[in-house]
Ligand binder design. Structure first.
Ligand code: PLP
Length: 443
């Protein structure tokens, strides 16, 4: 008998595309994506890594599992509320509904009454002003960094931004404030020292070349010891006397004070203290979509809105919809997690611990996202063997626990109560898989 090259047994492309499960996937996946999968398994088989007879079943399984998005929802069991690697703030139900409503054609720049063009994002602006009456006007841009660069560019390009050396911070990976501010043509005029800056330092620095004075909230670290910084309510009068705008970068996005976060600056207080404009993020403590908020004096906001850069950093319709609904709707998950009842957390954790037969340990949650670095949020966690972490992350639903001191800790603070059953299922699954892998349960 002739020797048959097994590669000749690999099903042909047309044959595979005609499989019912593959045809059905054509209603929800791009044709190219399906053909790429077909090719992938054919090539695997050509390399001898997959038997020709298994190509069809492998393809069917892959096609059934393939979604148009590769982003996967994750249960956040870290206790870190604004988790940058998990997309910061989860949206409220109201915001999700608004995003869905805005995803088609929507009157984001249209007055349906008379059919004329209207100002973009008027609803989000109105919501911000209603929630923060201290602001005369508001503008929403792409993110907090964009808000800051727009403010410093419009007010100080070709001139100086006066800022304390103690506030020239790196916010996140690769995002350094001084680089950002100088990238569009403003010059930095640094005053004071790393640990101490006085009002007289600012007073000596401001002059005809000053475009604005900038006060940055060093949101992701604390300086202890021999330190001093000039509060906004002392900078305000100085800026005012010199006719120079005072910009406050708050970062966190609190619109009003939160008694749980006494050291976290908020827009209303900053404006009352004399800031002419404040910048903040939409997806930190406000609990909304990625957005940059600018709130403050009307003439300055107008000036910023008219700057050419404003068009390059404008917010998209989905973010505008979600932002408005975050402010007008029920408290978003970030606020709920921040104010979670400790007793309730304990009861939920105990219930899962009993069902699983694992211990409960005290565990402190964090605000995260470069906010309130010193604030610990008392709570609880399930303590599991460290090896479970990897299995939880890869599981379905995917769970991100905290790995600490040789343990895998599962904190329920940021898990919606309605997901406790799914979390229980995921942990049970991961523990079982660990048993199978023979790593035991000790820990
Ligand atoms: C987070 C933060 C920013 C950047 O905001 P993004 O929304 O991440 O662009 C800027 N300044 C401060 C003080 C921050 O905390």
């Amino acid at each position: 008998m002739d020797h048959v090259d097994p590669r000749r047994l690999i099903p042909r492309t047309n044959e595979l595309l005609e499989l019912p499960g593959v045809r059905e996937a054509g209603t929800r996946l791009n044709g190219r994506v399906i053909r790429d999968l077909v090719q992938h398994f054919q090539e695997q088989s050509r390399r001898g890594e997959l038997a020709p007879g298994q190509v069809a079943s492998a393809l069917l399984a892959a096609v059934a599992a393939r979604r148009a998005t590769t982003l996967r929802p994750v249960l956040n069991a870290t206790g870190v509320i604004v988790h940058t690697n998990l997309g910061r703030a989860p949206l409220s139900a109201a915001a999700i509904e608004a995003v869905v409503a805005a995803s088609g054609y929507v009157d984001v720049e249209l007055d349906l009454g008379d059919g004329s063009r209207s100002s973009r994002g008027a609803g989000a602006r109105a919501a911000l002003l209603a929630a923060c009456p201290a602001a005369e006007d508001a503008l929403v841009v792409n993110n907090g960094a964009a808000a800051l660069v727009l403010a410093t560019t419009a007010l100080a390009a070709g001139r100086e931004v006066v800022v304390s050396r103690g506030e020239l911070v790196e916010i996140g990976a690769g995002f350094r404030l001084p680089d950002l501010i100088t990238s569009t043509g403003a010059r930095l005029h640094e005053v004071g020292t790393t640990n101490r800056t006085h009002l007289r330092d600012y007073a000596a620095a401001v002059g005809p070349d000053t475009g604005c004075v900038l006060k940055v909230h060093p949101s992701n670290f604390r300086v202890d010891g021999f330190t001093s910084a000039v509060p906004l309510d002392e900078l305000g009068p100085l800026a005012k006397a010199n006719g120079i705008p005072l910009v406050a970068d708050l970062g966190s996005g609190l619109l009003a004070p939160d008694p749980h976060l006494p050291h976290e600056p908020d827009a209303a207080t900053a404006l009352a203290d004399g800031a002419d404009v404040v910048t903040a993020s939409g997806d930190k403590l406000l609990g909304g979509p990625q957005a940059g908020l600018l709130l403050g004096r009307k003439e300055i906001i107008t000036q910023l809105a008219r700057h050419p850069l404003a068009r390059a950093v404008r917010a998209d319709k989905l973010a505008l919809a979600a932002l408005e609904a975050t402010i007008a709707g029920e408290p978003p998950p970030v606020v709920e997690a921040l104010h979670a009842d400790v007793g309730q957390l304990r009861r939920r954790t105990d219930t899962l611990a009993q069902a699983l037969g694992v211990p409960v340990v005290a565990h402190e949650g964090r605000v995260g996202g470069g906010g309130a670095p010193g604030v610990a949020l008392p709570g609880w966690a399930l303590r599991l063997p460290e090896g479970v972490a990897r299995l939880l992350r890869a599981g379905d639903p995917a769970v991100l626990p905290r790995v600490h001191d040789g343990s895998c800790l599962v904190d329920l603070r940021c898990v919606p109560e309605g997901d406790d059953e799914r979390l229980l299922y995921a942990v049970r699954q991961a523990l079982a898989d660990l048993e199978v892998a023979g790593e035991g349960r000790a820990g």
